[in-house]
Design a protein around this ligand. Structure first.
Ligand code: NAP
Length: 267
């Protein structure tokens, strides 16, 4: 009997998608059954540059794909608009989504959570699959018990569509779960150029840097009288995310709930 986890990857030609296709095909207990791409419908992945030997079908229509390939897991690495539609459709078909796509609104996350409960299926949405980034968030949450003043600086490549990053928002949420609320900076501070102080979440400031050459980086800076603490994580390539994607695929098969953030499934 074939016990391999059957996987569909959405966004296979993307920077993350390419790595995911490679990770899935290189993992013995995973099987790549199809990919979802809005281009190249009806072709085989092996016909696309960089995917030689991967004889799996390409579908532009997700429902058509799931009707032909009743997979176990969908890995989505596309864009926020499409990713939401993909995750919803997968759940409707009884397929567990593992979503790395960032930029979902609170309402969209709630909708997916409701759908998971309704279908009694697992779903993992992870704004960051890098294990080091999860530790950076956890350590930041720990530090915020002692340091109330914190600013988050996230740095990404200049092709990123959403700002602030999903990781920065998640970090701010984790910090605000334990931090005594505080509006930071001078009470009368004024921006002479709009946006100078970055975005504000629960009184914390988030700054987004976009530059070519960067991949995904974040620095969480805490300040207090006479001292500062900086917690920083750097992803230098997209392979850094794949061990997390693998753990998420394995975990989503064992749960029937909605999980937001990889830190909730790591021991
Ligand atoms: P990317 O290189 O732009 O890849 C996105 C891919 O999605 C592109 O190949 C795009 O195709 C494809 N796509 C667009 N619409 C589609 C559709 N309807 N069906 C199938 N594919 C479609 O972006 P990336 O850097 O790989 O990032 C992908 C997502 O992952 C982003 O949301 C990013 O923020 C997120 N991300 C997450 C993590 C994490 O750890 N969770 C880490 C890095 C990035 P075209 O090229 O033809 O438009």
């Amino acid at each position: 009997m074939d016990n391999r986890i059957k996987i569909v990857v959405a966004g296979p030609r993307g920077r993350m998608g390419k790595e995911a296709v490679k990770m899935v095909s290189d993992t013995e207990h995973f099987e790549l059954v199809a990919v979802i791409d809005h281009k190249n419908d009806g072709m085989k992945l092996s016909e696309i540059d960089g995917f030689s030997g991967l004889n799996v079908p390409i579908y532009s229509n997700m429902e058509n794909c799931f009707q032909h390939h009743p997979a176990d897991v969908l890995i989505d690495l596309t864009t926020p608009e499409v990713g939401m539609f993909h995750a919803r459709t997968a759940l409707e078909y009884g397929i567990r989504p593992v979503v790395g796509t960032t930029g979902f609104s609170k309402e969209e996350l709630q909708e997916l959570q409701d759908l998971c409960e309704d279908k009694n299926l697992g779903c993992i949405i992870a704004p960051n699959f890098a294990i080091g980034a999860i530790l950076m968030m956890k350590f930041s949450q720990m530090a915020s018990r002692y340091f109330q003043d914190v600013e988050i600086i996230e740095l990404h490549h200049d092709q990123k569509l959403d700002a602030p990053s999903g990781t920065a928002v998640k970090t701010a949420q984790m910090i605000s779960d334990v931090r005594t609320p505080k509006k930071q900076g001078h009470p009368e501070e004024k921006e002479t150029i709009q946006g100078a102080r970055g975005a504000t979440m629960e009184g914390m400031h988030i700054h987004s840097v976009r530059l070519p050459g960067l991949i995904a980086h974040q620095q969480v800076m805490f300040g207090a009288d006479g001292q500062s603490l900086t917690i920083r994580h750097d992803s230098y390539n997209r392979t850094s995310f794949m061990s997390g994607v693998k753990v998420a695929v394995e975990s989503v098969m064992k749960i029937n709930t909605f999980v937001y953030g990889l830190e909730n499934i790591l021991e």
